[in-house]
Design a protein around this ligand. Structure first.
Ligand code: C2E
Ligand code: CA
Ligand code: CA
Length: 761
């Protein structure tokens, strides 16, 4: 079937070729049969005419013999016209006989059926039309034909036949002449031939090629009877017959063979001719049919077949075109499906890959690639379901279409990512356009009677400056986008300086993958103290030292590890190292203090996290009651339904949960109430300017009030001065962490720190 559809037109042409050949074969057979039909009919006519003429002439000759004997046996009979007329009566009864006459050898009439006074009839030797045949008759012993001529006596065209009656000494006594009407004889004969109009029947004398009879479709009979066929005509015909039958003229005549052949007249018209020679009377019987008659007949016969051929051809054409079009449509649909996003009907990634050749080619004009990413789109899907998210995406695509120029290309590149190719290239104009775009996308969405906002980030790359291939352009735009993503709801046009950061990140990723096996990661511990400055716990902080990159702060590599998917791996190292080392210190000091371990969002989302936590606790023998996990406030925005049960399970083990960076996120009070939190950590950013900034003071006071309200412990981080500590203490915070007390310390330094504290107590 697929093969059929692929070669549909080829099959059509083969079918048409086949039916054309079939039509030609049918046409050929039909032509042959029509031609043969005409030939057979014509040959029958020739045969009938030849036989009839033969028997007619035989009869006439015999009649004349009898008449002649009757006239001549009784002496002087032939001088008595009355007597002769009596004898001639039976002869004259034949309607084909126009007249009968008896003449002496000198040409003078003894009797003439047309005139009572024979002396008034013109002497046959003197009349040019009769002279030759009269002399011939005098010399011959058999019946002689005269040329057909117009007889003034009978006022008609007549064909004379003459016979000389001789005495016992072979001397001519009288010459009998019978005038036959060729029209009457032959017209009667051919009266029943239905297509006689198309026939030309001729009886031609062989001696001088004058026609004895011509059928009446010749209008100018006079001229025709008076014009003999030429020798050239005759030779032409002989040649054609020889060509067709291989017969010489002699054979043809001698054996009286009936032949048929196509023939071209001197005037250029084509005929189908049939002829036969009568050796006895030396006359040709010829029947011609105009070739056009046969062709018309053939065309009429073949017309029906032609109609069938034509209608099936046209029918097939439309059928095949229908199939081809349906197939074409199906193919186009498939291509459309493959190259378009089914949800928004926007072109998709693979379309972009194909379409890019229309934008970037040698000496192509510059254009821009705008990468649009919706901020926190995942939240919409998670909170309201995918169907709802789909509605939003459709609305986003509508808004994009409404703002982008007609000649731009809008592509749904991924879930909530869109790529726009457009001719706009000037920086200022691009920024203006992008901000308008962001503004439009940030307008409230009303879906299922729900009103909400969502922002978008945009990264732009320019062709050819920021990349000549699609990949390069996308990468550049992506780098610019990631810049925007940090701020959210903003636009960045790619700059080479971003590339450096990007390349650094790539380098760092490669280095980070090897960091654990190369023993480049280590843990430090920053003491946490109470209001008396006495250590009650530590926060475990990771450190990375790479031989070529140097010290890389965790605030830099932790987010990278998260995006590269390395966080579960690194997280395990952190948990294991911190638990092992702090259990060692607990054992050494015979004193258990708290250990707070930072758990990143991605780490917590890892399905194996809980199992690994339990395994680590069992393996390191760390006291779960001394363990605190620090999670950031932002975690709860991600997916509270997933996180909550996990945190409950962790808490059930006796482990405490501390909310890191509290106040920087957007948790609502109602959400806070739901969360299983033991401790709130006031972020360093509030502590930093708490002494001089009233807003920070208010913020810190609020945080403390909330914490106390929910019966949570409160700790402040980043305490660098006694003033900060005093103020925080005054507000109600009684746990502290910061450089003022101690910097993050290695395990060994921590041991020394704790021991020195003990001695100072
Ligand atoms: P964080 O959890 O808020 O950690 C506190 C950061 O403040 C630490 O920086 C600590 O060294 C610093 N700090 C504490 N007191 C002071 C102070 O008085 N003055 C100043 N200037 N800084 C102070 P660090 O170690 O560079 O960590 C930065 C961030 O990296 C952390 O913020 C945390 O979000 C992340 N991080 C560090 N270690 C880990 C870890 O082991 N696991 C995970 N998941 N994240 C970690
Ligand atoms: Ca922390
Ligand atoms: Ca913090």
């Amino acid at each position: 079937m697929a093969l059929f559809k692929k070669n549909i037109w080829l099959i059509f042409y083969i079918l048409m070729l086949f039916s054309t050949v079939l039509f030609c074969v049918i046409a050929y057979i039909k032509w042959d049969s029509v031609y043969l039909r005409y030939q057979n009919a014509q040959e029958n006519i020739v045969e009938i005419l030849a036989n009839t003429t033969q028997s007619l002439f035989d009869t006439q000759e015999r009649l004349m013999d009898i008449l002649g004997t009757s006239i001549t046996t009784e002496k002087h009979n032939f001088n008595n016209p009355e007597k002769i007329s009596k004898y001639a009566l039976p002869l004259l009864k034949n309607p084909a006989v126009t007249a009968f006459g008896v003449t002496r050898p000198d040409g003078n009439f003894v009797y003439g059926s047309t005139n009572e006074d024979p002396s008034k009839i013109i002497n046959l030797l003197k009349y040019p039309a009769s002279r030759l045949s009269f002399i011939e008759a005098l010399q011959s012993h058999s019946m002689v034909f005269g040329r057909t001529y117009f007889s003034p006596e009978t006022k008609s065209w007549v064909m004379p036949i003459r016979k000389t009656i001789r005495d016992s000494n072979d001397q001519p006594i009288v010459v009998l002449t019978v005038l036959l009407s060729p029209t009457l004889i032959f017209d009667n004969l051919i009266a029943n031939i239905h297509h006689k109009k198309n026939l030309l029947i001729a009886i031609i004398r062989d001696s001088d090629l004058y026609p004895q009879y011509l059928s009446n479709d010749i209008n100018t009979l006079e001229k025709a009877y008076l014009t003999p066929f030429t020798e050239k005509d005759r030779n032409n015909i002989y040649e054609t017959i020889f060509h067709h039958y291989g017969l010489s003229s002699d054979e043809l005549k001698r054996n009286e063979i009936l032949v048929s052949f196509p023939h071209k007249h001197a005037d250029g018209t084509h005929y189908l001719a049939s002829l036969k020679f009568n050796n006895n009377y030396k006359i040709w019987t010829i029947v011609h049919t105009h070739m056009n008659t046969i062709i018309y007949d053939f065309l009429w016969v073949i017309f029906t077949y032609f109609l069938i051929y034509l209608t099936t051809g046209i029918g097939f054409f439309f059928l095949f075109r229908l199939i081809a079009r349906a197939d074409e449509k199906r193919k186009n649909d498939l291509i459309f499906q493959a190259t378009h996003d089914s949800l928004t009907s926007l072109p998709n990634r693979s379309y972009l890959q194909q379409a890019i050749s229309y934008w970037s080619y040698k000496n192509a004009p510059p254009f821009s690639l705008i990468y649009v990413d919706m901020d926190h789109f995942k939240n919409i899907n998670d909170s309201f379901g995918h169907q709802f998210g789909d509605h939003v995406l459709v609305e986003i695509s509508k808004r994009l279409k409404s703002i982008c120029p007609q000649d731009s290309l809008i592509v749904r590149y991924g879930g909530d990512e869109f790529v726009i190719l457009m001719n706009l290239c000037e920086h200022q104009a691009l920024l203006i356009f992008s901000f308008q775009l962001i503004e439009l996308l940030s307008k409230p969405y009303n879906i299922n009677e729900l009103n909400f906002n969502i922002s978008a980030s945009v990264g732009i790359a320019l062709y050819p400056n920021h990349g000549e291939s699609l990949d390069m352009l996308l990468r550049s735009a992506d780098i610019a986008l990631s810049k925007s993503k940090m701020i959210k709801n903003s636009v960045h046009i790619f700059a080479d300086t971003m590339q450096d950061g990007f390349l650094n990140n790539i380098k760092m990723e490669q280095a980070l993958r090897k960091a654990i096996t190369n023993n480049e990661l280590s843990m430090v511990y920053q003491p946490q103290v109470n209001s008396e400055g006495i250590l009650y716990g530590v926060e475990a902080l990771v450190r990375w030292h790479n031989p070529s990159l140097g010290h890389i702060p965790p605030s830099h590599f932790i987010p990278l590890a998260e995006t590269f998917g390395l966080m579960p791996h690194i997280g395990r190292f952190i948990l294991e190292t911190a638990c092992t080392q702090m259990h060692e210190l607990h054992t050494t000091l015979k004193h258990t203090f708290h250990v707070s371990i930072n758990i990143s969002v991605r780490q917590l989302m890892d399905t194996d996290f809980y199992t690994h936590l339990i395994n680590t606790i069992e393996r390191t023998h760390i006291d779960t009651l001394a363990l605190t996990l620090e999670v950031t406030e932002n975690l709860f925005i991600e997916d509270i339904n997933l996180i909550l049960p996990l945190l409950e399970k962790i808490r059930a083990l006796g482990i405490q949960i501390s909310m890191d960076d509290f106040g920087t996120g957007y948790s609502s009070l109602s959400m806070l109430k739901k969360l299983p939190i033991d401790e709130v950590k006031i972020d360093k950013s509030f502590v930093d300017d708490i002494v001089e900034d009233l807003t920070s003071q208010k913020m810190v006071q609020n945080i403390i009030a909330i914490g106390q309200n929910f019966e949570m412990q409160i700790i402040a981080e980043g305490v660098e001065s006694i003033e900060q500590k005093e103020l925080l203490h005054a507000f109600g915070c009684n746990k502290f962490q910061g450089y003022y007390f101690a910097k993050p310390l290695s395990k060994e330094s921590l041991l020394t720190f704790i021991q020195s504290q003990k001695t100072s107590l």
